[in-house]
Design a protein around this ligand. Structure first.
Ligand SMILES: Cc1cc2nc3c(=O)[nH]c(=O)nc-3n(C[C@H](O)[C@H](O)[C@H](O)COP(=O)(O)OP(=O)(O)OC[C@H]3O[C@@H](n4cnc5c(N)ncnc54)[C@H](O)[C@@H]3O)c2cc1C
Length: 394
């Protein structure tokens, strides 16, 4: 039984189904055409706004398609090596560098500006099919052309192999009897299973674990980000492939990014006049998910990193021709919540909780903030778990 069909749940369902394991996936949200995924944002407004979506495919439906390896050193310290799983995952999701024809003018001048400042900005690896992509700037709304990988690709494999997907059914409890795992509870119906894997994301998973009597929900990180924007008239950057380049610094990344929030903040600027850069940091994991609320604020270190990134982003924008008197920033947001059932604290290195046969496979298990796109790592960990469950539990 897999709870949630996002990054962790989809690949796990595929891994187990193709080995002949009977799999049921229970998903809170509905199926949606990829281009309508933005209708299922379920944003949490805390001190830092946290973005995620509830639908079949989970938050993978609205990614920017960025495919970088993260957390490998931290995982190695916990005796977990996902190198071979990452190799396989990269092949399965089609990681590639997009051709120059898909690199927009705004991105090109930002890369050039960074280079002239002595900063090295490389092209971002993507899980976007260049044959299907027609740049429109809508990645984070859900791809209208289905050119971008999402978890539904793995779910399709799983369903073809006989897995069952139940949509629109939030799991509300893990079922236990005398401390032993029995299955899961939804409103009005219980489902029984030998093995349950929670893949409901870093906000819902710790809540389910808490209801099962386990300590979870501490150490929340979100990879806090801001987007710095300026004006370069008629650049048309808002319709380019977003985050198509990457500048790495210690504990932060900077990437070309348009946000519609910037439009309201720059009087007189139209969307096509705005050039922007995202600053994303490896934030302190000091947030918390409780049964009632999510607490997430920026620490002094977080603010320092965001300021350092904002200074760099501003320099690159101005050097690219943006008007220095009209630079603005979005509020702090986070699109990578994780850490709330961390390996070594809540689950062991096989992602199993203290309750036998109750596992976690989603961003909750990440030991610390990746500070960069985490999907590949979540996929690799879930793939590894699929093998473990099949070899040792079935
Ligand atoms: C705008 C945006 C852009 C992003 N871009 C990138 C990118 O380019 N590259 C990258 O690597 N990462 C990106 N991310 C982050 C990435 O999408 C997430 O880190 C990843 O999807 C998290 O995987 P997960 O399995 O933990 O959760 P999710 O993918 O969110 O899956 C959780 C699933 O569980 C379901 N669920 C929740 N509660 C319940 C319940 N009670 N019962 C049943 N089901 C439930 C949800 O509906 C959802 O389907 C982006 C995120 C956002 C918001």
């Amino acid at each position: 039984m897999i709870v949630g069909s996002g990054a962790g749940g989809g690949i796990l369902a595929s891994e187990l189904s193709q080995r002949g394991v009977e799999v049921t996936i229970i998903e809170k949200g509905p199926s949606t055409p990829p281009g309508d995924a933005h209708c299922h944002y379920d944003t949490i407004n805390t001190g830092v706004e946290i973005l995620k979506t509830h639908c079949v495919g989970g938050t993978t439906m609205v990614t920017a398609g960025n495919a970088v390896r993260t957390c490998q050193d931290e995982l190695k310290k916990l005796n977990i090596d996902v190198g071979s799983e990452l190799d396989q995952v990269e092949e399965e999701v089609g990681v590639t560098i997009l051709p120059d024809s898909l690199l927009g003018e705004g991105t090109r001048i930002l890369m050039d500006s960074a280079r002239r400042l002595g900063l090295s900005m490389e092209k971002m690896p993507k899980f976007i099919d260049p044959r299907l992509c027609k740049p429109c700037g809508k990645c984070a709304l859900g791809c209208p052309r289905n050119a971008k990988w999402n978890s539904r690709h793995y779910l399709k494999n799983a369903l073809n192999m006989g897995a069952c997907l139940i949509e629109n059914r939030p799991v509300v409890d893990v079922l236990l009897e005398n401390g032993k795992l029995k299955g899961v509870r939804t409103h009005g119906k219980d489902y029984y299973a030998d093995v349950v894997v929670l893949s409901s994301g870093a906000i819902a998973t710790p809540r389910l674990l808490k209801r099962a009597g386990l300590e979870a929900g501490a150490q929340l990180f979100v990879d806090t980000f801001i987007t710095i924007g300026g004006v370069l008239e008629k650049i048309g950057f808002n319709e380019e492939v977003q985050m198509n380049a990457l500048l790495r610094r210690k504990d932060l990344i900077i990437s070309p990014h348009f946000s519609s929030i910037l439009v309201d903040k720059i009087p007189g600027a139209a969307p096509e006049d705005i050039l922007g850069m995202m600053v994303k940091i490896k934030d302190d994991n000091q947030g918390q998910v409780t049964s009632e609320e999510v607490v997430k604020y920026s620490t002094a270190r977080d603010v320092g990193l965001l300021s350092e990134g904002a200074a760099l982003a501003g320099s690159i924008l101005v050097n690219a021709g943006a008007d220095p008197t009209r630079l603005v920033s979005t509020p702090a947001r986070g699109a990578h919540p994780g850490g709330t059932a961390a390996i070594g604290s809540v689950v062991d290195s096989n992602l199993e909780t203290e309750i036998e046969n109750l596992f976690v496979a989603d961003a909750s298990v990440l030991p610390s903030a990746p500070g960069a796109p985490p999907v590949l790592t979540i996929l690799a960990l879930a793939k590894r778990l699929g093998r473990y469950i099949y070899m040792d539990r079935v």
